[in-house]
Every structure is written in C-alpha cells, then in structure tokens.
Design a protein around this ligand. Sequence first.
Ligand code: AMP
Ligand code: ZN
Length: 465
Amino acid sequence: MELKLYNTMTRQIESFKPIHDKEVGMYCCGPTVYNYAHIGNLRTYIFEDVLKRALFLAGYSVKHVMNITDVGHLTGDGDDGEDKLEKSARESGRSVWDIADFYTKAFFEDYDSLNIIRPDVVCKATEHIPQMIALIKRLEEKGYTYTADGNVYFSIDAFPEYGKLAKLKLDELKSGARIDIDTNKRNPKDFVLWFTKSKFENQAMMWDSPWGRGYPGWHIECSAMSMHYLGESFDIHCGGIDAIPVHHTNEIAQSEAATGKKWVNYWLHGEFLLTEKGKMSKSSGEFLTLSLLKEKGYDPLDYRYFCLGAHYRSQLQFSFEGLSAARAARLSLKERVKALGNDVPEVRLQSKYIDEFESYICDDLSMSRALSVLWAVLKDNELRNCMKLYLVRYFDRVLGLDLEKEDEESSGSDKEAELQELLKERTEAKKNKDWARADEIRAKISEAGYSVKDTPEGPVLVRNV
Ligand code: AMP
Ligand code: ZN
C-alpha cells in the first residue's frame, strides 16, 4: 500500500515517505477550549482520524500529538481582538482555568463518541511555557526578534521564506495591508511571541519570563510542543484550511528560523463545513454542537458517516436532511452486517474488494469511494457471509463506524426509515401547498413519538423525550 497524499506545501499529490522507516510523527492543531467544539471543528478531527487509521492500515505506527490551547488568546487570528478565555470567564463568572478544564472534558466526550482514536500525546499549552520561552530565546539569539513596548515580536523580514505555505506575496502584502492597530510592528505581518502588555485588566494567566511577566503568543505553542514531542523535523502536520495563511505560516517561520532545518514534510488541511450562512465558526456565536445533534435523536456516528461522504478537501454543506440520509444509510449498513453472523476466516485473505478499497484510501483518502466498496461487498450475492464479515472488519478499521457494535437504535431503524419517508412526503405536500396532507403527516409522526422541527437546513425529526 503506497499512500498518496495532497501536500499543501507543494500543492501536489505526493507519495508518502516518512523520515523514520515505519514510524510516523503527526501533529494536529487541537481545540481552543473556551467553548464547545462545533461540528465544523469536529469534521477536521474526523479527517485526521481517518488519516491516522489509513497510516495504520498501510503498516505504519503513528505518534500522534495534539495540543490543547488553554492559554487565552485573542478573538482575531492575528494579534487583535479580545482574549477568548477571559471573555468566556467574564460572561459565565467562572475562572479561566475552570472554563478551560470544562471544555477540554466536553471536547474529549465528543472525540470519543465520534470513535476518533485519542492522540498518543495531548499537551496543554499552559503546561509547556518553559519550552515556549526556550524557543523564543533561541529565536532572539539568532536575531529574528525585536522587543517593542514590552512585547517580543517575530520579524518576518528576517525570514525570507515567510509565507511559503500560503504562497503569500510579501511585497503586495506590505503595500496592501490594512493599518494594524499595533503600531509597534515593523511589518504588519510580524506577530507577537511573548506579551507582557496585556490589553486586559486582571489577565489571569501570566508567567515569568526573561522579557517580564506575561503570556505567550498563540502560534509559539504548536512549534514548541510539536518539536518537544516529535523532534525538530517530523512527517505530518494537520489542521483546518483556515490555519494556512496565519497560524501555520507563523508556526513554520518560528520553527525553521530557530532550527535552520525543514520542519514538516507533509502539510494536510481539511476543508470547511458550511452552514447556509457560510463557514461555521465559534466566534460568530451561532454553531451546531454534537450534543445538539444527539438531542435531536442522532447518533454521533451518523455525523461521522455524513463526513465520510465528502472528500476532506471539499467543502461540505451541512443539512439535517443530509444527516438523516447518513443516519438511514448507517443503520441499514448495521442491519446488513448483523445478518452476516459471526463466522470469519482467521487467515489474511486476498480479495479484489480489498485492492479496490485500499486503492481509494491511498488516493488521498477518497473515503466516499471507499464507502461504496463496502456497499458493493454487502450487496454481492456471490460472496459468502464469512467473507463479507471479514471485509467489513477490515474496512471498518479505517472507516471507524463501529459497524458491529450493538446499540439500542438499530432496532428502531425500520421505524425511523419509515418516518424519514413520511417527512419527505410532508416536504413535498408543503411544496404543493397541500396543507391538509402535511398536517396529517405531522400528526402521524407525533403519534410515533417524534416531532418535526423546521430548521434553516430543512425539516428534522426530533425524538420526543
Ligand atoms: P479551534 O478550536 O477554533 O482552534 O478549531 C479547531 C480546528 O477546527 C482547527 O483545525 C480549525 O482549522 C478547524 N475548523 C474551524 N472551523 C471549521 C469549519 N467550519 N469546518 C471545518 N474545520 C474547521
Ligand atoms: Zn497549531
């Protein structure tokens, strides 16, 4: 199995070759824990999980490191805006530490319920301040920094390769940049490595440093922690595409300026989940969480299936209709798998289906095509059940859909499928202005213990509690 992956750095599909024979170092930017993760964020973590599982299938071992951004940080991607954790603490009356702790736990509940394999190392920014200070010192010694009004800045003009990931054109940037509110910056794209001048009174998270008491800039944590756990050069760095122009660009500048070496060989980025209004984002305040989907009667794995239906480099439009279709498909898969019995050959088998499945996985993680192979297996009348079960298990190692796990909802799947059909009929009736039929269907659905909620993303079935 030779994995081919799209590398954002070269904008090309490349054959994957790790630095150390069979061991892969992978760093994924983790959550900022001042609020719940939204399902857009979770799409990115599902993509990273599929990548990791594909690496396992290809015979690699993976050291997966993920940070938890529990140091405040600002509402803007640059150095402007309000401190997110402080804002959340002020609004809820809790301490910043409590908030970070609470949302970290909530994050991992989502993570586990989506069947995402936990990272080998989960590192909190607040527990790695010495590593960040050491890295900033290294940059200072090499002449990449300047201090102005108490803050330490990275000077991008000292690093000629700045912007190579995002293919930024620096001359245009300089002339076209908006006036930054921070007049200390020599170049508008310079960024803060260490703050001692907080814009906020009573900033709660502060540490001593050679530059005075303060706190680190946002980007330095990922450079410091990834190198601490994976070494100065490693294989894969992932995140959402929004990280390319600022966060990952600045991470590269700091890391490569400090070591003088190439830092990361493969950059992989997941595309956005969209709502009707555009990109789902935390700062806009309007977003869907996994708990909300659960309240509406969906299983987290319905959402995982929904995400597998689109390529990770394509934008994905969320809709409850799409999610319901994913749910119906997943439950139908489970019923089919259940009917296969328990016998499975002990030996490693060859099959054209395995070749096909692997070829899609290797083709930059084409998960929707890989899923279609699973369906083809289950619908193949020539194939014996034990062989089918073997293939299901083999494929599920990457899909992560837990297809053999018993859960209470599969028994209700027929009923739900029927209700979904009714819901479609109701939408049709409404379209044709047949209000009587639409009301009749609503009543039927209600009798079955469900209600219909009309949302901007279309009508959804909600289980009554
Ligand atoms: P955050 O917790 O905001 O730092 O984001 C966590 C991860 O989710 C990052 O890798 C982001 O790039 C990614 N992300 C943010 N918004 C979306 C979205 N709408 N769709 C997919 N991924 C996203
Ligand atoms: Zn990062």
